[in-house]
Design a protein around this ligand. Structure first.
Ligand code: MG
Length: 344
């Protein structure tokens, strides 16, 4: 009898081991904090959380997560302008773009109307590129102030609602086209989707548009690996995963799951929205409960916990070591121990 009891206990302990391993990655409880910045907090910032020792190098001991602005309805599309030293981002439902200026930290309304813009970036010449829900198009703002439509249709049918864009070294613009901007009248105008949800590439030489993949539920954020040999795309549709493809010139090959995120410490699947790579190849993803940092092998090694749902991120600042986070009603940033890959 005693022996059986012992065996049962031993088996129970063994069965618990995976749960314990999982529990170790659970986040410590959030402490209340004053996000206005009026009450300084004790370093290190308790919401910069290492889930793996390898993330420690990216946490700066003496820097806080800061909230720069509150007042948007749904914030996305942060992009850093290195010449102007400002961060532009979109307030999609309010049909405007805002700008946080590094000089003195003020925020101004940069563009209104914005065509319900979502993702923004800058090309290799510093020109702003924006994905518009309202116009169902991708546009480029030129030096003389005019607007060039880069893409608004494919094979004679209107795009759904371009969501996010990145620029390759050859000047090609790669963008995602899910239906989120036409599902209602809040972030754009309600309409029926006429094209599959897909990723496109705009050729820099002739402006031609090619569909590089539609093997994805609903493509959302995207980014290249630091050497541009791979393209990561967040699927917020049926897949709920980050997929990766090998970039072969103007084509994509060998699409596969890179990672499916969970809320750390649980089995609850969560999606990434916007993603950006750092120079070490880690992906910084807008994903509950703020930002998840995913090592090249797919492990989530750290979390930046925010009090709001974070959609998109980008690296900025003169040294590209400041992570900007557009999170629902607010804009946040934090200096980190690594630089962003790419220019915007
Ligand atoms: Mg997005």
């Amino acid at each position: 009898m005693k022996r059986r009891t012992f065996l049962s206990a031993a088996m129970a302990t063994t069965a618990l081991l995976p749960m314990l391993a999982n529990a170790q990655t659970a986040l410590p409880p959030a402490e209340p904090r004053d996000w206005s910045g009026a009450t300084p907090l004790r370093y290190p910032d308790p919401d910069l959380i290492a889930l793996d020792r390898s993330f420690q190098r990216y946490i700066l001991f003496n820097t806080p997560i800061r909230r720069h602005h509150t007042g948007t309805l749904w914030a996305e599309g942060p992009a850093w302008n290195g010449v102007g030293r400002y961060l532009v981002w979109s307030d999609i439902p309010n049909n405007r773009q805002l700008r946080w200026i590094e000089d003195d930290g003020r925020v101004t309304e940069f563009r209104n109307p914005s065509g319900n813009s979502n993702g923004n970036t800058f090309d290799n010449q510093g020109r702003q590129i924006s994905c518009e829900h309202g116009g169902r198009r991708v546009v480029r703002y030129e030096y003389d102030g005019s607007v060039t439509v880069i893409a608004d249709s494919f094979e004679g049918k209107p795009l759904n609602s371009p969501n996010d864009a990145v620029v390759a070294p050859d000047g090609s613009v790669w963008f995602t086209d899910p239906p989120y901007g036409i599902r209602g009248n809040y972030e754009g105008s309600q309409a029926e989707a006429e094209l599959p949800f897909a990723v496109y590439r705009v050729d820099p030489a002739n402006g031609g548009i090619s569909r590089v993949t539609d093997e994805i539920g609903a493509p959302n954020g995207l980014c290249f690996s630091p050497d541009y040999s791979q393209l990561y795309v967040a699927d917020t549709g049926s897949g709920r995963e980050i997929k990766v493809w090998d970039v072969d010139g103007s084509r994509l090959r060998n699409g596969r799951r890179h990672v499916q995120l969970t809320l750390p410490g649980t089995d609850s699947v969560t999606s990434a929205d916007g993603i950006r790579c750092d120079v070490d190849g880690n992906i910084w993803a807008g994903a509950r409960p703020g930002v998840q940092i995913i090592a090249p092998d797919g492990d989530t090694i750290g979390v930046i916990r925010l009090p709001e749902v974070c959609a998109n991120v980008c690296f900025g600042g003169t040294r590209r070591n400041r992570l900007f986070m557009t999170a629902s009603q607010s804009l946040y940033s934090v200096y980190v121990g690594v630089q962003g890959a790419g220019i915007a």
